[in-house]
Design a protein around this ligand. Structure first.
Ligand SMILES: [Zn+2]
Length: 151
């Protein structure tokens, strides 16, 4: 979240700076025009100061609006990513799409991969519950592997 704010801080400052320069130009143009009595002499000042100033103000405000839209989009995208991650995490590491739940085969029993009895055992084989039952293994009662396998 901090990175996101840092990344959007600079465009905001640039936009505010442009708008400020625009206002200064408008004031300078107005003051310049006020020094002359005839419209013929005033018009160039009003155009150069006023129009250019107005343009900068519009560009600055436009940048601010665009920046806000970008930030809103980034926030929405970040939210969607978090939701997607939460969704895949909820599915869990044991659920392999299409192949059903897998179990870890011990010497006499089979376990869920999350069971504390096999958590540290890297030497054990992972297989489908039916393969474990074919080997004559019984479902672990601590992690309720047989319940989960038939669920
Ligand atoms: Zn177990």
């Amino acid at each position: 979240m901090h990175n996101l704010l840092d990344a959007t801080k600079r465009p905001v400052q640039i936009a505010i700076g442009l708008a400020a320069v625009g206002f200064v130009l408008i004031i300078l143009g107005w003051n310049g025009a006020a020094n002359f009595d005839t419209p013929q002499q005033q018009v160039p000042y009003l155009i150069s100061g006023g129009v250019a100033g107005l343009g900068l103000v519009i560009v600055g405000v436009g940048l601010l609006v665009i920046n806000e839209m970008k930030r809103a989009t980034a926030l929405v995208l970040a939210g969607l990513e978090r939701a997607a991650e939460a969704g895949s995490a909820a599915a869990g590491p044991t659920a392999v799409p299409g192949s059903g739940p897998m179990v870890v085969a011990g010497r006499a029993t089979y376990h869920l991969p999350t069971c504390r009895l096999v958590a540290e055992r890297k030497d054990l084989q992972t297989m489908s519950p039916s393969a474990a039952i074919d080997r004559g293994l019984a479902g672990c009662r601590i992690c309720d592997a047989s319940q989960a396998a038939t669920a």
